[in-house]
Write a protein that binds this ligand. Structure first.
Ligand code: DX5
Ligand code: ZN
Length: 217
């Protein structure tokens, strides 16, 4: 499985999102992570489907849309129409996880289930057969630049073991708190999609950060 770097536009300059996404693509990003927040599921607000559609016009790499919103089923179709190629929502935000995953998959989009740090990782196990990826949060969702919560790597390891024991092909995405210092252990534990917000955007050398998030150096 290719190890992919997914810079999060949340750490970009919101007055020039397209340029920021293109800058990360030029630096080697495999996809652009788009954080959608509703001010209810998380204590912050970002943007909706139009921003995703407009960013889409500025890059050729896939968009990885991470919905941190309540009742994601109300908006999933809009984000698919906006061009999301990977689409995840939170298991804590809906009682329709199964229907939502199937809806996303049937639209030909990679379906992901995201999980907050305090939610037992076993909660996603019953959905693994119908997931393309699981997003393990390394921070409490809402903001970039937070410290990696200890114990997250162990959650990646446990999930990876469960996926392997069932012979499944589910990818693990680590989102939040990844740095050049801890990305090695995150990749070793089994994460193949590595989000970097502050780390890539605040670096004078995003190429080097992205290469590390791809497990290259
Ligand atoms: C947090 C977001 C993350 C965030 C990651 O709610 O879902 O995607 O942008 O930022 P860093 O890598 O700075 O923790
Ligand atoms: Zn995210």
């Amino acid at each position: 499985m290719k190890i992919k770097a997914a810079p999060s536009i949340l750490s970009g300059d919101f007055s020039k999102m397209g340029e920021e996404a293109a800058r990360m693509e030029r630096a080697g990003a495999d996809m652009i992570h788009c954080d959608v927040m509703d001010g209810i599921f998380v204590p912050n607000l970002t943007f909706g489907p139009k921003m995703v559609a407009d960013i889409k016009k500025c890059v050729t790499v896939p968009l990885d849309v991470h919905l941190m919103i309540v009742k994601p089923e109300n908006y999933i179709e809009n984000f698919i129409k906006s061009g999301a190629e990977y689409l995840s929502f939170h298991i804590e935000a809906t009682d329709k996880a199964k229907d939502n995953l199937l809806f996303v998959k049937n639209a030909g989009v990679k379906a992901g289930l995201a999980i907050c740090p305090e939610t037992p990782i076993e909660r996603v196990y019953e959905y693994l057969e119908i997931c393309d990826f699981v997003v393990i949060m390394g921070v409490h969702p809402g903001f970039s630049g937070q410290k990696y919560i200890s114990g997250t790597t162990e959650r990646i390891t446990a999930l990876k073991k469960e996926i392997n024991s069932r012979g499944l092909n589910v990818e693990i995405e680590l989102d939040g708190g990844a740095t050049e210092s801890n990305i090695g252990e995150i990749i070793s534990a089994g994460s193949t999609i590595n989000v970097s917000g502050s780390c890539a955007f605040n670096s004078p050398n995003p190429e080097s950060v992205i290469a590390k998030f791809q497990g290259k150096r």
